[in-house]
Design a protein around this ligand. Structure first.
Ligand code: NAG
Ligand code: NAG
Ligand code: NAG
Ligand code: NAG
Ligand code: NAG
Length: 361
């Protein structure tokens, strides 16, 4: 039916072109011109407007339904079992662990995990945390067991892996760190599309050894009530219109000395879906009065100028595809192999310094 209609339209159009081509009916130019210049933008505008209203709403409200029944973090954590975890971690043989990195991943993101494994994960203990998705849970578990056996860096919990469940995932990371790596000086919570510069991360830690929470501070944010937003948070979850400051969830450090206090306190604070707003602002800052230390090197952005010095300048950069991760890493690695960025990147250090954010997006 559709094909037939298309064929008829195309045929009519060809006839029209032929007519114009023969210049037998020059009056045909006018309507064609009018339709092109006037009608087309109008139709386009109309389509834009209606597509806004016709867009099927993302099932976000529905995704948050379980928080209408219970918003107790303790309730969720006590019902979630650990399905897979490494049998051994370096934490078992080391007295001092400067940082343990926990990466939020998801069963479908194997390519991201491989990119991270091939690149920065080799430089400090790094683990991927995920839940389960959909109906073929058994197949997924088999895949995860094989992957876990091969790499020894998977932690899988029996909860539904969904963007709106990141708060649970982060809480599980904290619980796991307390249990398996209690001596870690810091836990670094990050994502599988983040490139970490292990050398700069160590420097950041060295310079801020006594910070309780450390990351990229986002200040005076207006909460988004639009269901189309990735950062949607309904009023019934959090009535405040503004959040004075929180650390971007793309990568923040929590001091090992405070993980337990934060988790315990969170048991009394009703869950919200935005994990960074929840843990760094609502629980740590607002309730516990902990200082959120801003460090621009833990950036939630990435440089648009793809030079190795910019990769050197930041401890984390966000939103990289697996391919980008590998290519950015090889630039950074070459720089490090020649010495490190400190001498070669003096221009960026001294001239851009605090303004190096201008090369980010
Ligand atoms: C939520 O779960 C907690 C812990 O299991 C329980 O004490 C509490 O009564 C529950 N709240 C509601 C509203 O069901
Ligand atoms: C989040 O996880 C809980 C526990 O597994 C589950 O009940 C809930 O449906 C999940 N939420 C989403 C949006 O999948
Ligand atoms: C947020 O505020 C802190 C001071 O509280 C400041 O150092 C930091 O630069 C601000 N963050 C951004 C992204 O501007
Ligand atoms: C909320 O998100 C929507 C969709 O992404 C966006 O158009 C709107 O500007 C955002 N509002 C605020 C206050 O950030
Ligand atoms: C880079 O090299 C210099 C000189 O060897 C050293 O002092 C500095 O600590 C190094 N920086 C990092 C971040 O490794």
């Amino acid at each position: 039916m559709f094909q037939l209609a298309t064929r008829i339209i195309v045929r009519k159009f060809l006839v029209l072109i032929k007519l114009i081509g023969r210049r037998k009916s020059p009056f045909l130019f006018l309507p064609l011109l009018v339709s092109l210049l006037v009608l087309w933008p109008t139709i386009w505008w109309f389509a834009e407007q209606t597509s806004q209203t016709l867009l099927v709403p993302l099932p976000l409200e529905h995704a948050l339904d379980h928080y209408r029944r219970n918003r107790s973090l303790h309730h969720y954590l006590s019902n979630i079992q650990t399905l897979i975890e490494p049998s051994w971690t370096p934490c078992e043989s080391l007295d001092e662990v400067p940082v343990v990195v926990l990466v939020t991943s998801s069963p479908h993101n194997l390519a991201n995990r491989q990119a991270v494994r091939e690149t920065w994960a080799k430089h400090q203990p790094t683990y991927f945390v995920m839940g389960l998705i959909g109906n073929d849970v058994d197949d997924q578990l088999v895949d995860s067991y094989i992957e876990a056996k091969q790499f020894g860096d998977l932690i899988v919990f029996d909860f539904h892996d969904h963007y709106q469940n990141l708060t649970l995932k982060t809480a599980l990371m904290m619980k796991w760190t307390l249990h398996r790596c209690p001596q870690a000086q810091f836990m670094f919570k990050t994502d599988d599309d983040v490139l970490v510069n292990p050398w700069m991360l160590k420097k950041v830690i060295k310079e801020n050894g006594d910070a309780s929470l450390l990351g990229y501070s986002i200040n005076g944010t207006q909460l988004n009530r639009s269901e189309y937003s990735k950062w949607f948070i309904p009023r019934w979850l959090l009535s405040d219109d503004r959040v004075s400051k929180y650390l971007s969830g793309t990568g923040y450090l929590i001091s090992g000395d405070y993980i337990e206090a934060i988790l315990k306190k969170a048991y009394n604070i009703p869950i919200v879906n935005l994990e960074d707003v929840y843990f760094t602002y609502l629980v740590a800052h607002k309730q516990l009065g902990l200082v959120l230390t801003h460090d621009r090197r833990l950036s939630p952005y990435k440089p648009w100028l793809k030079t190795s010095c910019l990769y050197w300048e930041f401890a984390s950069i966000h939103s990289l595809s697996p391919d980008e991760m590998v290519s950015s890493w090889s630039r950074l690695k070459r720089l490090v192999d020649r010495g490190n960025g400190t001498s070669e990147c003096w221009f960026f250090e001294s001239y851009l310094g605090d303004y190096s954010d201008v090369v980010l997006y």
